[in-house]
Ligand binder design. Sequence first.
Ligand code: SAH
Ligand code: SF4
Length: 402
Amino acid sequence: MSIALNLDHSTAIRPQTAARPSLIGLSKAQLAETLVANDVVGEKEGRMRSSQLWNWLYVNGVTDFDRMTNVAKPVRQKLADTFILDRPEIVTEQVSVDGTRKWLFRFRDPQNPNFPAVEVETVYIPESDRGTLCVSSQVGCTLTCSFCHTGTQKLVRNLTAGEILGQILMARERLGDFPGGSRPDDGGLVPSGENRAITNIVMMGMGEPLYNFDNVKQALLIASAGDGMSISKRRITLSTSGVVPYIERTGSEIDVMLAISLHAVRDDLRDVLVPINKKWPLKELLEACRNYPGLSNARRITFEYVMLDGINDSDAEAKELVRLLAGIPAKINLIPFNPWPGSNYGTSPSSRIERFADIVNRAGYASPVRTPRGRDIFAACGQLKSESERLSKKDRDALAGV
Ligand code: SAH
Ligand code: SF4
């Protein structure tokens, strides 16, 4: 029998008959409901214990109930009998010559413990003034942007909120980023001005975050909660290929920084590069951007623009980009194309990228060129992919015993 791990926002986890579910991914209120629903504690104690748990799980990064020293021993025992504090398994950990780290994490499907595990990649990019974790939202992607390696992997499934947070927690553990943790040797690349290794989160790993809105929202609200993991919403950026109906909700319900994968200034070209454009063309996308809640000069939208040699990198396109974005508080992030095995595009020469950046800059837009990081370990933008494959219905039925 499969366990019913319910991650619906309003519902607690009910007592289980099979595998123990993980508590990672639950909000403080859900933790309280879950403890009471599973008879770990009574109604009265629920709130107090959930605050303690919240702190152990998300602030201290504890994975063993026995280390929760302020929780009474019998309660610790009940917790351990009923739940786990699951983290992904590390399949590989690679470190680039530039200090970028890439992990391949493996997760079991909480709904179907007998199903094959899935794998995703997560990347840590240390810079002098910050440390950014690039987090995945899905295993593979349903979209097929023609220049993106992830787009060649069929969607296996959405990640749960716990799995999205699990990437952050595991990266923190590996980077010695919890209280009392010890840092691995980063060759001096761990940010020195900050006392945390991970200061920023970007939802720019595998998958389209707005096609997994509920779980991404739940994870980011937990990651940004002031009394928990406490990563400022100004330091969390969600990147979307342009799922227009969810853009407003991203601002009003999650309230993080928004990045748009623009990549083309004409619908005919964007239809090819970012095929979701056929559903929500440029006009609708830019209208949704203009209406992004909280948009101001202090809180701009980042427009990502991959520089593809001879495809989208002309002077005329730079000028059209400026014209299209008029009136939207924006930053333009030029990304030199990162090649991958089998890709059909070339990277624009640096002189071309500079010229393009110059036109955009002169129009008053900050347009930093994103330095490719971790290319030697295939950790740069658009290079992520895992071997997890979507099962056929027949195989799924066989595994589920149907
Ligand atoms: N699915 C989301 C987030 C993940 S991709 C999105 O598309 O926005 C993160 C960024 O890397 C996107 O802007 C994406 O278009 C870009 N990207 C994809 N493949 C790339 C490649 N090969 N080289 C450079 N950037 C790439
Ligand atoms: Fe998916 Fe983003 Fe890659 Fe497009 S660029 S295929 S939306 S991960």
